[in-house]
Every structure is written in structure tokens, then in C-alpha cells.
Design a protein around this ligand. Structure first.
Ligand SMILES: N[C@@H](CCC(=O)N[C@@H](CS)C(=O)NCC(=O)O)C(=O)O
Length: 229
């Protein structure tokens, strides 16, 4: 049994989708980011960075893992799926996982900050992050034109990248002309584990690109309070 400390955001979904795919039993502990629960001293003992997600493996003496990329590797290795054991296959998955951890996540995160959350509209900063995200999406599109999945088979690399890319509307990044990316996103969306995992701990229409203007504004205001901490 795994304890999952999470909130409805892309980094949280990476863990819940992986748990769903691997059919590992887990208990969800929602962390209220607006209330600052991620900075509670008790939580910081599990996650020194004060962010979500975190897992605790009850079967391994309550072993705690923070950093979503490390969580995905831990879970895949525990189950023996979604990450090949051979050195090259494993490396291919980890390369695309690191691409998400080092590029897609941070750049989309900054695009959100400047496009949605900052009270001042600093157009050069908005352009910089949105253009960089579009460039990164083109890298994914090129890869997906050569291969059905990012590595050889469906893996934690697809889960990690998709959990972020699916929120492209919220970040204001166009995906027109990226036919391979769109095909891959459609395939991902069809997977029951992906559908279920992105509703943990609950559905969030703004990030899903389904919120009306007022709901989007409210969500952005909430995110602003987190930035001010
Ligand atoms: N590198 C970390 C990033 C985690 C992260 O930034 N989580 C965000 C939600 S997506 C968070 O907890 N934000 C709360 C805060 O900034 O206080 C990971 O991949 O786990």
C-alpha cells in the first residue's frame, strides 16, 4: 500500500496516473496548497522541498520518496513495468523523463506564472516562456513522428510528459500543426488509468481547459497566493 500526498496539478497527476497504470493500491491524502499544507513541519519531514507529490511505501518501512520523477522510477521498479530493465531501454525512458523534469515542467510552470498568475503583464516574459514551450512541443512532435511512444514502449516518460502537455490551453501554448503530438495525446486520453489518474484528488476544470472565465480567474487568484508565500 502506498500513501500518496498530492494536489490536482500536473506533477501530482504523474504519480496518480502511474499508480493507476501499475494497479498498485494507494491511499490519497490531499494537500491543500492554498492553505500552505505543503509547508507544514510534519509534511516537510517527508518532502524537504515542501511541494507535492510525495509517496510513502508502507510495505518498505514507510519509505518516503519526493520529486515526481524519482517517484515514477520508484513505482515502475517496484512493479517491474513501464521502465525496461536493460540499460539502453531504461536510458531511453529516463532521457524523456528528464526532458519533462528539466524542460517541459519548468517552462510550462513559468509560462503559467507570467501568462496567468502574475498581476503585471510582462509581455516579453510571457513570449519567452510560451515560445520555449512551443519549441519543446515541437521536439516531442518530431520524436512522436518517429515512434509511437516517447521511448520504445509505453512508459513513465509518456505519463510524465502528457500530464503536463495536456494543460497546454491553460499555459496558452498553441499545438496547431503538431499532428504527431495530437495523435499521442488522443491515445493517452483513451487509457482508463490516465482518465482516472487526472481526477485525483479531484477534477480541476481550469487546468483541463474546461473552465469558464470566472472559474479560471478564481483558480489563477488561488495560484497567486501560493506564489506570494
Ligand atoms: N520538481 C518537483 C516540483 C513539484 C512542484 O512544483 N509541485 C507544485 C505543484 S505542481 C507544488 O507543490 N507547488 C506548491 C508550492 O509551490 O508551494 C517535482 O517534480 O516533484
Amino acid at each position: 500500500m502506498i500513501d500518496l500526498y498530492t494536489a490536482p496539478t500536473p506533477n501530482g497527476w504523474k504519480a496518480s496516473v502511474t499508480l493507476e497504470e501499475l494497479e498498485i493500491p494507494y491511499e490519497v491524502h490531499p494537500i491543500n496548497l492554498l492553505a500552505g499544507e505543503q509547508k507544514d513541519p510534519g509534511y516537510l519531514k517527508l518532502n524537504p522541498n515542501g511541494r507535492i507529490p510525495t509517496i510513502v511505501d508502507r510495505d518498505e518501512n514507510d519509505f518516503a520518496v519526493f520529486e515526481s520523477g524519482a517517484i515514477l522510477i520508484y513505482l515502475a521498479e517496484k512493479a517491474g513495468r513501464l521502465l525496461p530493465a536493460d540499460r539502453k531501454g531504461r536510458s531511453r525512458v529516463i532521457q524523456w523523463l528528464m526532458f519533462q523534469m528539466g524542460s517541459i515542467g519548468p517552462m510550462m510552470g513559468q509560462a503559467n506564472v507570467f501568462f496567468r498568475y502574475f498581476p503585471e503583464k510582462i509581455q516579453p516574459a510571457i513570449d519567452r516562456y510560451q515560445n520555449e514551450c512551443r519549441r519543446l512541443f515541437e521536439v516531442l512532435d518530431t520524436r512522436l513522428g518517429q515512434s509511437e511512444w516517447l521511448a520504445d514502449d509505453y512508459s513513465i516518460a509518456d505519463i510524465a510528459n502528457w500530464s503536463w502537455v495536456r494543460t497546454y490551453k491553460w499555459s496558452g501554448i498553441p499545438i496547431d500543426g503538431l499532428a504527431h503530438l495530437r495523435r499521442w495525446m488522443d491515445r493517452m486520453k483513451e487509457r482508463p488509468a490516465c482518465r482516472k489518474g487526472v481526477e485525483v484528488p479531484f477534477k480541476i476544470p481550469a487546468l483541463d481547459g474546461q473552465a469558464n472565465e470566472q472559474a479560471a480567474d478564481e483558480f489563477a487568484k488561488g495560484a497567486q497566493t501560493i506564489l506570494q508565500r
